[in-house]
Design a binder for this molecule. Structure first.
Ligand SMILES: Nc1ncnc2c1ncn2[C@@H]1O[C@H](COP(=O)(O)OP(=O)(O)OP(=O)(O)O)[C@@H](O)[C@H]1O
Ligand SMILES: [Mg+2]
Length: 324
């Protein structure tokens, strides 16, 4: 067991939202008892995959301290993220845990030179002094395949989407984080660029010892980049384990269905969960029993009566009565 001061632990993390329904309002569990552990001394790419509305962003935002769990505890290096004070967040947590978002252009003001973000981050976090700052930024940009000369003085709209996302990743790397939480970081990029960015995550993991929490609905990039994967469905983690087990030999009927629905011929569409989506049906959240029961080809009577247990089965965890 790794020491608690080097792990990230999600212990039955639950986020309940209220939604209006006519004159009434009702609660639903956007993330429902998510539990897992990541040993930060052994960097990995931990992927959270799932169709639209499955709770991926909500979970990622709790990791970043931007959202507070309703129940359960999310702890980073032995500290509950929700209980950190402003000062600890600023001086410690935000340095250790960095975000990368979907749209690189939304992260940068169009009126501000893009390099100014790098200077601010490097100097505010005291990663270097004024004399060394150019060299430090240049070195960090090299880790994402760019140079300071290439971007210096330029505005965000003068960069391609791929370049802007590389700058956003470099900005995250400047504080030498242990964890980067990347929410759909490649979904706005061309298919040809996606793999180069996720391959870069692998390289950074090995060379910079950074763990990635990689959120995606695209199973192809997950398959090639991830060490472990958690498949989410309506707030539940339905299957979780090493990617070669979970995607190579899926056990949950939902994961099996996802794998079968991959259109082999079209690499652009391959494994994109959005292509196999049925319309978001919030009723699935409220249903008694399994949230997949209405769509599951292997459904049994019990699945409509109680929530399935999470069991260990063939090298992964699976939330399904079939393996009880
Ligand atoms: N602040 C909020 N208030 C109420 N409901 C919310 C809020 N944020 C998210 N939700 C709902 O919670 C559910 C999960 O949303 P979330 O954004 O986490 O899904 P996601 O898996 O990231 O989806 P996508 O792939 O579309 O990004 C959705 O039904 C969403 O509408
Ligand atoms: Mg999302």
């Amino acid at each position: 067991m790794p020491k608690s001061d080097s792990v990230l632990v999600a212990d039955e993390v639950t986020k309940i939202f209220r939604v209006r329904q006519g004159f009434a309002s009702r609660e639903f569990r956007a993330v429902d008892e998510a539990s897992f552990e990541i040993d930060l001394t052994r960097p990995e790419i931990f992927t959270i995959a799932g169709e639209s509305g499955s709770g991926k962003t909500t979970l990622a935002r709790m990791f970043l301290g931007l959202e507070t769990p309703t129940h359960g505890v999310l702890s980073y290096k032995g500290r509950s993220v929700a209980d950190l004070g402003e000062k600890e967040k600023r001086n410690w947590f935000f340095k250790e845990v960095q975000p990368v978002f979907q749209d690189p252009f939304a992260a940068f003001s169009p009126l501000k030179r893009i390099d100014s973000y790098l200077y601010e981050t490097a100097l505010n976090y005291k990663m270097t002094d004024k004399r060394g700052v150019d060299a430090y930024i240049d070195k960090t940009l090299a880790e994402v395949g760019l140079t300071l000369a290439e971007i210096k003085g330029r505005y965000p709209n003068e960069l391609s989407g791929g370049q802007a996302q590389r700058v956003a990743i470099a900005r995250a790397l400047l504080t030498r984080p242990s964890l980067i939480v990347a929410d759909e970081p490649v979904s706005m990029l061309d298919a040809s660029l996606r793999m180069s960015i996720v391959n870069m995550f692998r390289k950074l993991k090995d060379e910079q010892q950074v763990t990635f929490l990689y959120v995606t609905h695209d199973l192809a990039t997950a398959f090639y980049s991830a060490d472990r994967i958690a498949v989410m469905l309506r707030g539940w983690i339905v299957e979780m384990g090493p990617v070669e087990q979970v995607l190579g030999n899926p056990k949950h009927p939902y994961t099996i269905n996802l794998k079968e629905s991959i259109p082999q011929a079209d690499p652009d569409k391959a494994w994109d969960m959005k292509t196999s989506l049925v319309e978001l049906e919030t009723d699935e959240y409220m249903r008694v029993g399994c949230r997949y029961a209405g769509r599951c080809p292997a459904v049994m009577d019990i699945c409509r009566q109680k929530s399935p247990p999470t069991v260990e089965h063939e090298g992964r965890q699976v939330k399904c009565f079939l393996y009880e």
